[in-house]
Design a protein around this ligand. Structure first.
Ligand code: SAM
Ligand code: DTB
Ligand code: SF4
Length: 321
């Protein structure tokens, strides 16, 4: 299978805008070639450090400057995080993702505690991912040593649109952190959000930036904005599920071997739309009734959906660390 790194806007836009059934057919064909079947990875997400963030990301309920009702909390104790990880594993998770509302990682006891969390999750046989903001080369190296499988750091949108959403850091800052992660030999998890008032070209440009790096990210989360009261994006119109299907299918075609993760936004979708996302190439969901601070479908409902549709959850030995 040819992996390309020279995608151009016109061709990506042409793919994105194909009649939906043609687009999902092409995406599914590529998906089958890359993965063999439609197994879906169940991932668990935990906010290990919630709220009080100094950044100004327009979508985010955890920015201190947005009055959203999210309380600033301290870093969770390692044993509590690991208890939650064990529960997630016992419920079928093969990947455990830990999120912190930090602008960047600072060396010291908190970072040391995160390294212990990573070691603990790996010892349970799950993939460990974390998302902690910006990282230095040295911090990336220490995370790798602790066994971290992947680091999540989203580009969120196109470079052009970025300044409308976030002013406290640049697109280049994001790309630099992704480079540190890549250089340390940690898998890259990077994607974005649709529904923030961006154009379809912005969406395509985001996917192009991801795909045209020297190596594709191993993991691409696609989020639909969860509009949260108190954030500047609270009044955005919710995206149509079909827009998410198009984004996922286009991501699958551009980055055939990546895990494409249907992330935030499932609360706003019915089960049929979620299955359409899986047909279009999404092969991972977050399960459990909370994402970081906002809601997610109930565990029982998710299990019933997978069972009814005969979607096979990825098993621990199949997960790719
Ligand atoms: N502070 C770190 C950072 O920004 O990289 C890590 C945590 S941050 C909450 C992780 C990601 O969650 C963001 O990059 C963004 O893509 C996503 N996110 C945050 N709020 C969201 C919302 N309301 N709707 C959809 N996605 C959201
Ligand atoms: C990602 O792209 N989506 C997840 C994960 N990476 C960390 C986070 C979604 C957060 C949605 C808003 C919230 O629950 O606070
Ligand atoms: Fe902070 Fe991350 Fe939220 Fe931005 S997305 S405000 S960096 S927690």
């Amino acid at each position: 299978m040819e992996l390309r790194h020279d995608w151009k806007l016109a061709e990506v836009r042409a793919l994105h805008d194909l009649p939906l059934l043609e687009l999902t057919y092409r995406a599914q064909t590529i998906h089958r070639e890359a993965f063999g079947d439609n197994a879906v990875q169940l991932c668990s997400l935990l906010s290990v450090k919630t709220g009080g963030c100094p950044e100004d990301c327009g979508y985010c309920p955890q920015a201190a400057r947005h009055h959203t009702g999210v309380k600033a909390e301290k870093l969770m104790p390692v044993n509590e995080v690991l208890a939650s990880a064990r529960q997630a594993r016992d419920a079928g998770a093969t990947r455990f993702c830990m999120g912190a509302a930090w602008r960047e990682v600072k060396d010291g006891p908190q970072f040391d505690a995160v390294l212990d969390m990573v070691r603990g999750v790996r010892a349970m046989g799950m993939e460990a991912c974390c998302t902690l903001g910006m990282l230095s080369d040295d911090q990336a190296r220490r995370l790798k040593e602790a066994g971290l499988s992947a680091y999540n750091h989203n580009l969120d949108t196109s470079e052009e649109k970025y300044g409308d959403i976030i002013s406290t850091r640049t697109y280049q800052d994001r790309l630099d952190t992704l480079q540190s992660v890549r250089d340390a030999g940690i898998h890259v998890c990077s994607g974005g959000i649709i529904g923030m008032g961006e154009s379809v070209d912005d969406r395509c440009q985001l996917l192009i930036t991801l795909a045209n790096q020297p190596e594709h990210p191993e993991s691409v989360p696609v989020n639909a904005l969860v509009p949260v009261k108190g954030t500047p994006l609270a009044e955005q119109k919710q995206v149509q599920p079909i827009e998410l299907v198009r984004m996922i299918a286009t991501a699958r075609i551009l980055m055939p071997k990546a895990m494409v993760r249907l992330s935030a936004g499932r609360m706003q979708m019915n089960q049929e739309a979620q299955l359409l996302c899986m047909m279009a190439g999404a092969n991972s969901i977050f399960f459990g009734d909370k994402l970081l601070t906002t809601g997610n479908p109930e565990y029982q409902a998710d299990m019933a959906l997978l069972q009814q549709a005969g979607v096979r959850p990825l098993q621990p030995n199949e997960a790719r660390p």
